[in-house]
Design a protein around this ligand. Sequence first.
Ligand code: ADP
Ligand code: MG
Length: 619
Amino acid sequence: MTDVIHLLPDHVANQIAAGEVVQRPASVIKELLENAIDAGGTNIKILVKEAGKTLIQITDNGKGMSTTDARLCFERHATSKINSAEDLFSLKTKGFRGEALASIAAIAHVELKTRQQDEEVGTCIKIEGSEVISQEVCVTPAGTTICVKNLFYNIPARRNFLKSDTVELRHIIDEFQRVALAHPNIQFSLLHNGSELFQLPDTNFRQRIVNIFGGKTNEKLVPVEENTAIVKIHGFVGKPEFAKKGRGEQFFFVNDRFIKSPYLNHAVTAAFEGLLKDKAYPSYFLYLDVDPKSIDINIHPTKTEIKFDDEHALYTILRSAIKHSLGQFNVAPVLDFDRDATLDTPYEFSQKGVTPPKVEVDPNFNPFQTERTGGGYSSSNFRREKPAGGSWESLYNGLGRSGSETGTRFEHMEFESDEVTGNLFGQSDETETGSTTFQLNKKYIISTLKSGILVIDQQRAHTRILYEELLKSITVTSAVSQQLLFPLELSFSNHEIKLLKEIKDSLEQTGFIFSEIKGDAVEISGIPTMISESEVAILLEQLLSDLENEVPGTGFSQVDTLSKSLAKGMAVKSGTALNSAEQQNIVNSLFACKETSLSPFNKPIFITLTVDELDKKFM
Ligand code: ADP
Ligand code: MG
């Protein structure tokens, strides 16, 4: 029998290892940044082209490498950071595996220039696909510059797998922010295609957060501080009223290393209990210092998860530290009820709940119903009017006009519940006025056809309607806006502002009016008629994150994502009671759409049940 086992050549082994270490350009940024920090750099500059696909260059002013080290650093398992396995338990550096440079050099064109502080000249090495092309003496500043070009040039499958520049850049920015937040005392800059995304001076933690996330962040931060034998905690949580809809700004750092921990995240959320609206996520920037012996960083190859010896104690300490801060800084009483009193939210009802007359008029009225309609849907979304004199036409006309008197809306609630029962049993006056729809479970609109019934998912139908309207207003005729009495001021991060400027024209077509975009602040003086002021921030936030995460950068697809995202945000949600005029309006508008059967996210909007099918069920 012949032997079949052989050792893989180094460059093949390196390529395989690279699969673990380098998933995308952002992984290269992370590894090189960590090396620069481990080398003691205090000023680190990053230059990226085409989201890192063509060029990533990182320059540090750290200790540099000797000529021999410069050659050796590209070997697998070549590291200066640990000598034995025991060293893993007293780790002070970010790297330790000695795999990063070997992996990167296996799948890209790499040029390294490095000089130690006390040497006159440095070394320049070029290496392509693990093969050293040249090594020579060169003149270069003290420190190290690594240039990584044409990532995955020899693995087309991986290269093709990369996402659009917008998405890859988002990943890069994420990694950059994580490292920059952990090291406020190091200067960082990040340039993409020649334009500056970040220029961060040497500063303290609070200022670093503000420099990254914008000037308005400062007032949102509540300091957290706790010193125990197990852990020292410092950092900030965001005030509950600024909680975001997506999990954007949530950062844990353990011994200066960004980590993910669903368990500790839960501790933070628990501390916020009762202070957040539904589906809102608190921001946090929390730095935990623990004894290196009490953690194991080794359990995950990309090292964002770690294992703690005493997770339970950490959980409790963290939760109580945050609770304490929120209480101490008097954040707890600043609830939405006060802030939003003038806004068009169902919370108004809970405040005015003491006025009794309606309950007497209608004993079936369920006060909790007002609560349940509160899931992010404000009635001005889909304007409601009290039916005038029972005339069906006037009901219909009422749609689209503003109905903001609290009193009338109170009555709508009763009207709705009356109506649903009425239609169900066919005894209501409504049937005589020609209504052929009713709502099931506050989720489906049931409508009759000549030969059967139609069951429509209200949320999907409304999303489709809004999506087509938005597309039309962006591409054909712009929509009208509602002017705001007081302009709305919102703040965004650098990167979000850039993106916002890119889509500004399209957004203005939908009815937004941006009166000023200056620094990180955006002033909005008009909004689409279909939304209420209180929803603007959440809609735009969601939109920017959708745009960053889901689409290729340009052209129609951007407009499409924009319309999808806004439509998703604006649409009436499942769980919202609709009166019959609203139901009818959805049915009619849906069937006026170009596409009626699928939502913009390709989900079915309705199903039909024919009389034949019903007959069969009765056999
Ligand atoms: P690790 O960081 O796990 O040790 P790397 O492959 O990232 O492995 O780096 C290998 C070695 O190269 C490091 O241990 C370090 O000694 C050296 N090195 C890498 N980058 C730099 C740099 N920017 N400045 C100085 N030395 C560096
Ligand atoms: Mg490293």
